[in-house]
Design a protein around this ligand. Structure first.
Ligand code: FES
Ligand code: FES
Length: 155
């Protein structure tokens, strides 16, 4: 039985079995390859997408969980917070190899959507599960603060 999921505001019917991780449905069935596979065990954050606005690890989320929910991937991240984050990422030249960055951006966007003016502790709590092997953490923190300033000033 096809499963219907809503991804980046568009309804999609997919043929995967219900226990298939959402990550593989996004990448292999829907060609949304901006979401990355890192560990497959909810340990690195590379696969982070939003489920009804909340960051989730798509590598351990069965596609059946997404049925009837709104999924947002990096390709569809266009909210006010997402735009502020992406602009700050560009200006701070955050990415190095880039592999972890879609997950970082999705986590940062979720943080700023719920908390437009986060403290260092808030940033640590929200971003601690996103690993960067290139160690771009200092620039990530700076970019989140820039995006927060942008959001507060533009409010
Ligand atoms: S690939 Fe999902 S958390 Fe690492
Ligand atoms: S930029 Fe290379 S892993 Fe994060």
């Amino acid at each position: 039985m096809p499963i219907t999921i809503r991804v980046n505001e568009v309804e999609k019917s997919v043929d995967s079995s219900p226990d298939t991780p959402l990550l593989w449905v996004l990448r292999d069935e829907l060609d949304l390859t901006g979401t990355k596979f890192g560990c497959g065990m909810a340990q690195c954050g590379a696969c982070t997408v939003h489920l009804n606005g909340q960051p989730i690890r798509s590598c351990v989320t069965p596609v059946s969980v997404a049925e009837g929910s709104n999924i947002t991937t990096i390709e569809g991240a266009a909210s006010k917070a997402a735009r502020a984050v992406q602009q700050a990422w560009i200006e701070r030249e955050v990415a190095q190899c880039g592999y972890c960055q879609s997950g970082q951006i999705m986590s940062a966007t979720a943080l700023l959507t719920s908390n437009p003016n986060p403290s260092d502790a808030d940033i640590d709590a929200a971003m601690g599960g996103n690993i960067c092997r290139c160690a771009t953490y200092v620039r990530i923190r700076a970019a989140i603060k820039d995006a927060a300033t942008q959001l507060v000033q533009g409010a």
